[in-house]
Ligand binder design. Structure first.
Ligand code: SF4
Length: 305
């Protein structure tokens, strides 16, 4: 059975979630899932040089098909907002002139969901988070999407962490999407995370990235850099390859757990602890209603476990 970090994470959260994930996938995409898809498309782009545009266009296309899963009433505006963020993030994570990221080959028993640096020496992935602290750091470093591929491929990993800020009313509140314009000279500034009160009068105009096409992505990023906002919003976390005994332990554990997923023969009991946090379970609605997932809201996976 080909293992994935996503299946192992689902199984550890709730065996019922893993049972359904063997066959079902949600039809629409969540906001961070859509951002992830847009920015990753830009990292892999081998022909075009405007990867910010690639990311934005990808998000916009995904907003039409399969669509964004949201409770916000103005879905179109939310997709435009996400496309604008994807443009700035992709331009920050992939420097001008750099080669495209690669996809590692599948291994016997492991299907990767991470990437490879252009020189083939590091695994890479992008993590979107609303905020960051030590607990989140260790949670990401010790998660299956990090330790799984690092142990299977015996390669270090570089994680690009992107802090999106709070998500309210269909918008992310961070410097990727929101800034302040000087009332006279229209200079773009950002409030620093650790110095929020720093000298902005009420006359500075709050602006959203998607409403100001006259500000280029490069100008937006440069302003973030000059105000120290870029360092708060985007940084790298490196994961070294564990020593062989630790690596072998992780791979053996993954195999045992994946065997247990494959051996499931009936719908497992719910595990209520994982239904809502740290992220809502994608099967929460049918599960709590006592139903099976059904087509329309979900689609059947072609490659079944
Ligand atoms: S909603 Fe809760 S119990 Fe149901 S599959 Fe998801 S995590 Fe498990």
């Amino acid at each position: 059975m080909q293992g994935t970090a996503e299946m192992l994470t689902a199984f550890e959260t709730c065996p019922r979630q893993a049972w359904w994930r063997r066959e079902w996938e949600r039809t629409k995409m969540g906001a961070t899932q859509m951002l992830q898809a847009g920015v990753c498309a830009a990292m892999l782009e081998a022909e075009r040089k405007d990867w910010g545009e690639v990311a934005g266009e990808t998000v916009y296309a995904l907003g039409a098909e399969p669509g964004l899963l949201t409770e916000h009433y103005d879905v179109h505006s939310e997709v435009i907002h996400l496309a604008a963020i994807a443009d700035v993030v992709a331009s920050a994570v992939r420097p001008p002139g750099s080669l495209p990221w690669l996809v590692p080959e599948s291994l016997d028993g492991w299907e990767p969901s991470c990437f490879l640096s252009p020189d083939g020496l590091h695994l890479r992935r992008i993590v979107f988070a609303s905020s960051w602290n030590d607990d989140r750091h260790y949670s990401v470093c010790r998660s299956w999407p990090s330790l799984g591929p690092v142990s299977y491929y015996k390669m270090p990993m570089q994680i690009a962490v992107v802090i999106l800020g709070q998500h309210r009313g269909g918008k992310y509140f961070s410097s990727w999407s929101r800034g302040l314009l000087h009332p006279m000279n229209k200079k773009l500034r950002f409030r620093k995370k650790r110095d929020i009160a720093a000298g902005f009068k009420a006359s500075w105009e709050e602006v959203w990235r998607e409403d100001h096409a006259e500000i280029s992505t490069e100008q937006w990023l440069q302003a973030m850099l000059e105000d120290g906002a870029l360092a708060d919003a985007c940084f790298s976390v490196d994961i070294a390859v564990p020593e062989k005994p630790a690596r072998d332990r992780i791979v053996d554990m993954a195999k045992r757990k994946l065997d247990r997923v494959a051996a499931l023969t009936e719908l497992p009991d719910p595990q209520l602890t994982g239904c809502d946090w740290p992220a809502p379970c994608i099967f929460r609605d049918p599960c709590h209603a006592g139903r099976e997932p059904r087509e329309g809201l979900f689609k059947i996976l072609t490659s079944s476990y």
